[in-house]
Ligand binder design. Structure first.
Ligand code: SIN
Length: 502
């Protein structure tokens, strides 16, 4: 029997686990928190797929490629979109109750850069939570072994092949051997001081893959969501709210998004995020505001119950007044290079979901394609792990070497908060050469400092070096990677914690 270890328990990991188990594998899911402590659980907007009779694969493909500015891998996009409907049917079979319209058909939301409403949702804006609950129940009833609160310290590599993982539970280390290891640890929003991601999103899988010698790519492409609540802890306000008609206004009450793009608030996410940043810069860094008053209290509470509760918990009534919003780090388009079945460049090692880089998103991910990515490529990787008998060559873009810059002599002592602030300021929404080079020097100083740090922090530090190197290497602006070497005002516009700045 094939032994498969899946690291991570969001939609990509649990889908991979279920498919491998249904193919007769012995599957163990390892996750550093509780089963449901995932990025998936926080997904609000929904899952994009072609499910309407008047929608087409060609249209969803075109929207995905337009958002990705054509840098997408076309086979990956075709796979994502054409297999989407089957994965939606699978989720329904596993118990996800997507919201329905009065005629019983799926209710479909509109989100930015989609040509038509095609985003399925559940519980209004609790889509991720509904998927997490259904898949969690499915893995438990499939008898899949679960190791919760267990951290993967490293991948075990022997003879150029991944042969298991070294894990730690309650301070006790163990080695778990496997025929295949599937990394599904999500993204790395915790690289930044402002993120919509939970604290668990520390890029552990990408860092472990890097240490095992796997190829990575596209790490310069970090997506910043345009609308996180700018009051209290960072909290996502779904794109679906703008899809429903909410607008963005500045201090003068002016809608500014049309200055940046003819689609205004429904332009691709990177465009709207930068438009927000520039409007903030023009008004002294104060957040812009999302005006959802036209939707009415009843609709806001029914369609967006999670956001409604978060907004009200901050003492705001968004049915009566616009709410302050700001961009925040949201999604990593780059990651561990894989083929369309999740195989990485290291035999025995697979990666899926936000951890992976299939090339499907190009330079910028289309809204609500991420849950779909987890479902489609998770299923494919689970199948491949169960059936692979040989390891085909996996092509990877040319590797980007870490720049050889001397360690900064004046670097402050390392802390997670300082790392996040450094990345926010110099490798965030807008980058420039001098800032990136400054970041390289500080990161080098922190790496050279041999004081012990947590596995998560070591991984974040390693990943930061690769993100900054990739951002330095791509000197043009495209999609989510925006260079402004002549001093775009948006560079200085976003909130930063002055005391920590470096
Ligand atoms: C959102 O609801 O705006 C986020 C969904 C996504 O990241 O695609």
């Amino acid at each position: 029997m094939t032994d498969v270890i899946v690291v991570g328990s969001g939609i990509a990991g649990l889908t991979a686990a279920l498919h491998a188990a249904e193919r007769g594998c012995h599957v163990t899911v390892v996750t550093k928190g509780a089963l449901a402590d995932t990025n998936t659980r926080w997904a609000q907007g929904g899952i994009a797929a072609v499910t309407a009779t008047d929608d087409t694969v060609a249209s969803h493909v075109a929207d995905t490629v337009t958002a990705g500015v054509g840098l997408n891998d076309s086979a990956a996009v075709q796979t994502l979109v054409s297999e989407g409907p089957d994965r939606i049917a699978e989720l329904v079979r596993r118990g996800v109750a997507f919201d329905r319209a009065a005629d019983g058909d799926f209710a479909r939301g509109l989100e930015a850069a989609h040509a038509r409403p095609r985003v399925l949702h559940a519980g209004g804006d609790a889509t991720g939570a509904a998927i997490q609950a259904a898949l969690g129940a499915a893995v438990r009833s499939a008898g899949i072994e679960m190791r919760e609160h267990t951290t993967v310290r490293d991948l075990m590599v022997a003879g150029g092949r991944v042969v298991g993982v070294e894990v730690e539970t309650d301070g006790v280390r163990r080695r778990l051997t496997a025929d295949a290891v599937i990394l599904a640890t999500g993204g790395a929003g915790q690289l930044y001081s402002h993120t919509t991601n939970p604290v668990s999103a520390t890029g552990d899988g990408i860092a472990a893959a890097l240490r095992a010698g796997a190829a990575v790519a596209d790490l310069e492409f970090v997506q910043f969501h345009p609308t996180a609540l700018a009051i209290g802890d960072t909290f996502l306000v779904s794109e679906a709210v703008r899809g429903d008609g909410a607008t963005l206004i500045d201090d003068d009450g002016r809608r500014f998004a049309f200055d940046a793009h003819p689609d205004g608030e429904l332009a691709p996410r990177d465009v709207v995020a930068r438009a927000n940043a520039r409007a903030m810069a023009a008004q002294g860094g104060r957040p812009v505001r999302l005006d959802a008053t036209g939707l009415g209290a009843e609709r806001l509470a029914r369609r967006f119950p999670t956001i409604d509760a978060a907004v009200r918990a901050r003492g705001l009534d968004w049915s009566r007044e616009p709410i302050p919003v700001t961009p925040a780090a949201h999604y990593l388009m780059g990651g561990v290079v894989t083929d369309l079945d999740g195989r990485t460049t290291v035999p025995g090692l697979y990666a899926v979901g936000e951890t992976a880089r299939t090339g499907v998103h190009g330079a910028n991910r289309l809204a609500s394609n991420s849950l779909l990515e987890g479902a489609v490529f998770g299923a494919r990787a689970g199948e491949a792990a169960a059936t692979d008998t040989a390891w085909p060559r996996v092509e990877a873009p040319a590797a980007i070497a870490l720049p050889l810059v001397p360690a900064a002599a004046d670097a402050p002592a390392f802390s997670r908060a300082r790392l996040q602030e450094l990345m926010w300021r110099h490798a965030g929404l807008v980058r420039h050469d001098a800032g990136l080079r400054h970041a390289v020097g500080i990161l080098a100083a922190w790496v050279a400092d041999a004081r012990p740090r947590s596995a998560e922090d070591a991984g974040l530090l390693l990943l930061s070096q690769h993100v900054v190197a990739a951002a330095l290497a791509r000197t043009d602006s495209i999609g989510a990677h925006f260079r402004s070497d002549d001093g775009d005002p948006a560079v200085a516009s976003l909130p930063a914690t002055e005391a920590l700045a470096c």
